[in-house]
Design a binder for this molecule. Structure first.
Ligand SMILES: Cc1cc2nc3c(=O)[nH]c(=O)nc-3n(C[C@H](O)[C@H](O)[C@H](O)COP(=O)(O)OP(=O)(O)OC[C@H]3O[C@@H](n4cnc5c(N)ncnc54)[C@H](O)[C@@H]3O)c2cc1C
Length: 235
């Protein structure tokens, strides 16, 4: 099923490929799953106030299993360094393109001017992206050019080695982690919210934050009430 797709970074995207619920119906799947636990009747959307209260209650009290009844599959294109972070989330199922099967296109991520920032002094792993002065824009442009040069050289070498008959699985090892990759990624709503909580957070790398944000935008029409109360729980 084709739902919708959001561009992320310059060449990346998240595409909501499929889900087991229709737009606006995902919250109902959650409350039906919850009501089974106290053997109550299924209320088929006729008692919206009570459905909403139940979702709010479950969100506040970490009654998480009913949220697992809704499942999403995304097609994602992102730099390899973002996939490295994403793949740490073991509750997702992934299927990624293999550069052993097919050669990779010359497609890589270079941060935009203003998105380099400086190394944060208060957080050892983060960067500080506060507004930049003119000379910093100049510096960012130079960093872009230098990173671009390295990437182009890596891809030139990669292509030359492929032409010379080097096996694909070894030719690829010179490609840096800024190279874009693609995957299908499946997760249930509970573990998706866990992912978003960690990766939407200011402590996460800016690039993966953009993917987490796109995911929230894509799924909200399917589970609007759940997302309303989930957003309240984000710091
Ligand atoms: C800002 C940030 C910085 C990070 N920095 C680093 C880093 O420097 N180095 C690094 O290696 N990683 C780093 N990580 C990755 C982090 O350690 C987690 O691996 C990742 O966020 C996945 O979280 P998770 O295990 O909760 O999610 P999932 O793997 O989706 O698991 C969800 C939940 O299931 C349960 N669970 C899953 N597997 C197990 C298991 N085997 N045993 C017990 N319970 C389990 C846990 O309750 C877990 O919270 C970082 C993550 C963030 C958000």
């Amino acid at each position: 099923l084709e739902y919708s797709r959001k561009t992320v970074l310059e060449h990346g995207f998240v595409h909501l490929f499929s889900t087991n619920v229709s737009p606006g119906q995902g919250d109902l799947a959650v409350v039906r799953s919850a009501r089974v636990s106290f053997d109550a009747d299924w209320r088929t959307g006729t008692d919206e106030g009570s459905d909403e209260k139940l979702i709010h209650y479950m969100m506040r009290n970490h009654h998480t299993s009913p949220f697992e009844s809704v499942v999403f599959t995304f097609e994602v294109k992102a730099p390899v360094f973002t996939f490295r972070q994403w793949h740490r989330h073991r509750t997702w199922s992934f299927s990624e393109l293999s550069a052993r099967y097919a050669p990779l296109k010359e497609d890589y991520y270079i941060p935009a001017i203003g998105k380099y920032g400086v190394q944060s002094k208060s957080n050892k792993q983060a960067r500080n992206l506060d507004t930049i002065a003119d000379d910093e824009a100049h510096r960012d442009r130079r960093w872009q050019e230098e990173q671009d040069e390295v990437m182009r050289l890596a891809f030139q070498t990669y292509r030359r080695h492929l032409e010379q008959g080097m096996p694909r699985e070894l030719a690829r090892i010179v490609l840096p982690v800024a190279t874009y990759s693609r995957m299908f990624a499946t997760v249930d709503l509970h573990n998706l919210m866990h992912f978003v909580r960690l990766r939407f957070d200011a402590h996460a790398q800016w690039e993966i934050q953009q993917y987490a944000k796109a995911i929230v935008e894509l799924i909200t029409p399917f589970v609007p009430i759940t997302m309303k109360y989930f957003k309240e729980t984000l710091s």
